[in-house]
Design a protein around this ligand. Sequence first.
Ligand SMILES: [Mg+2]
Length: 175
Amino acid sequence: MKLISSKELIRTPIFHVTMDHAKDPEGFEIKRAIVQHGGSAVMMPVDEKKRVLLVRQYRLPARRYLWELPAGRLDEGETPLQAAKRELAEETGYRAKKWEKLAVFYPSPGFLAEKMTIFLARDLTEGEQKPMEDERIEVRWFKPKEIDKLIESYEIIDAKTQIGFLKWKRYFAGK
Ligand SMILES: [Mg+2]
């Protein structure tokens, strides 16, 4: 596919929306409004007891409070890992010595360009939270069994949290 045009429709502090038009050599065309986004880093902090740190905040699109893995947008020029380290300290106060990539995915590739990278963050030390002005974040440690139950009962309904937790259980929890 070749991008023929991309016209900006809206610009907001977090994302911008373009009308994109692409065509392949056979003449197949796609025209779509796309939410352009620089990508996000997601952190899965796990302590020595295998508990997972989740954050709870009010999510306006969902119209409710959600428990989630901590996450944040990449700043200009930042790699996902650099953003993960910065965001973990800002949102939770924790710093981690051991970082491993856990998952990479597009949460909604039909119209949203945001790519998410989840990192496992271990060997943690506690510090002070420094949330942004529009962030009010509650932080709590959860046992894997509690998270299992909350996913099963549709109380944890955030995609990155389900993906991170299930991948961690599949590949890391036994190690
Ligand atoms: Mg955040």
